[in-house]
Design a protein. Sequence first.
Length: 188
Amino acid sequence: MSDDASHGMEQTLRRELRTGDIRLRAAGVAPAQLRAVRRTLRATNRLETMAVQVYRAQWSPEPTELNRQLIAAMDNELTHQADSLSRLMEYGGRPMLMRGPFYVVGWVLGRVSRMLGLRAMLRLGAWVEAKAIDHYAHLTAAVDWDPATHDLLVGMWNDEKCHLRRWTHLLEHPEEALAPPREPPAPQ
Ligand SMILES: [Fe+2]
Ligand SMILES: [Fe+2]
């Protein structure tokens, strides 16, 4: 999702993947290319894992706009985490055995920023998204991707730009972050 506007409809359940949505993509790919693809998809999955944990650790139950946006941020990064993991496996890459350190680092960064206050939380969010934007800019150019994976990565890259704009907006308007949530427009 790269648009901040609500569609005026409540989300119920994401479309379930069909078996046909999964392609086994490694056949016929040169070994060096395959290694590069797997390495970059693993790096992507690590980064997304950390991002999920940052937002999860920053969230608290108070009904504020910030906490609403943190749920959306975590959810969007969970989608990126899942998509990068399944694409890695489609290319025959084994998922990382030990993702624990990335969970821990993300969680600690999120919690420490929460203890330091709103500005630190928003600055960490902006830093995470800026890192992700750099990462996607580099990796889309670094590997000769198949068109479908290239489109997936560019879509994730665009999502990160949208996420960065949300945090920079709240950094400029911190009063909005602590206010009750802005409700989406009612369905027409
Ligand atoms: Fe992401
Ligand atoms: Fe993001």
